[in-house]
Design a protein around this ligand. Structure first.
Ligand code: NAD
Length: 247
């Protein structure tokens, strides 16, 4: 039990990588708060996990974010772990076809959203010498032929450098900040790209280990960074991607 008496907040914890992480944190003794936009789904999912509650809110709305952190502290009195996981993937388009609105939407959720949660969480993490785990992407590490999701790539690359900035800034408070870059993982986000057998084979072959990942395989790396096993690790960027970023 790595997280007895610890309180963890997982943004976008209602499904996919966030949900797998919330379950694993709970199995390891943590009290877990999951967030997302869909309150009904959060209620259902959180009721199936021990010591877990859902608090709905839109990561684009500063008041919602403030409210989620405030409720967490009111109810549990502390915060030890923040997993900045919520994210969206835009429609595949070349840069010259993207409307500014679409660009802003992706940055608002994937980048400014992480800023909002981190800003609210820091004063509480300072009290617990807590840990932040940012979920970036292989798309933040390198460009991929035909990927054409520039706003997404920009948001994920920004999270990598912010991980290092925040690690340096808050090392004095013993807050550790680390980052994970997943390859393609089998979640609702990637369903549109895995419709046919050909799509699946193509995606599997993109990864040197010969297959896409499962949410639990990313969650295990998040658990490592969140735990004392990583007590001397901060500012690190870990690809959990079946080798995709090595090519
Ligand atoms: P998902 O689509 O299954 O889940 C995304 C979560 O984010 C949901 O819980 C959703 O409610 C939440 N969310 C989205 N917009 C929100 C908003 N405006 N306000 C509040 N919550 C919002 O995605 P996933 O595949 O589990 O991805 C989780 C993270 O991992 C994302 O940051 C994603 O970019 C990253 N990632 C995923 C993959 C992949 O292949 N699935 C690869 C690399 C990185």
């Amino acid at each position: 039990m790595k997280f007895v008496d610890k309180v963890a907040l997982v943004t976008g914890g209602s499904r996919g990588i966030g949900l797998a992480t919330a379950k694993m944190l709970s199995e390891n003794g943590a009290t877990v708060i999951i967030t997302g936009k869909d309150s009904k789904r959060l209620e259902k999912v959180s009721s199936e996990i021990s010591n877990c509650i859902g608090i709905a809110g839109d990561i684009r709305n500063t008041n919602d974010v403030k409210n989620i952190v405030k409720k967490t502290i009111e109810k549990f009195g502390r915060l030890d772990i923040l997993v900045n996981n919520a994210g969206i993937f835009p429609q595949i388009k070349q840069l010259h076809e993207i409307e500014e609105e679409e660009w802003n939407e992706v940055l608002d959720v994937n980048l400014t959203g992480q800023f909002r949660f981190t800003k609210e969480a820091i004063p509480h993490l300072q009290k617990t010498s807590g840990s932040i785990i940012n979920i970036s992407s292989d798309a933040g590490l390198k460009a991929y032929q035909g990927f054409n999701a520039d706003a997404y790539s920009a948001s994920k690359a920004a999270l990598i450098i912010l991980t290092k900035c925040w690690a340096l800034e808050y090392a004095k408070d013993k807050i550790r900040v680390n980052c994970i870059c997943p390859g393609v993982v089998d979640t609702d986000m990637t369903k549109p790209f895995l419709k046919t057998q050909n799509d699946k084979e193509f995606m599997d072959n993109e990864h040197p280990l010969g297959r896409i990942g499962q949410p639990e395989e990313v969650a295990k790396a998040i658990i490592y960074f969140a735990s004392d096993d990583a007590s001397w690790t901060t500012g690190a960027v870990l690809a959990v991607d079946g080798g995709q970023s090595t090519k």
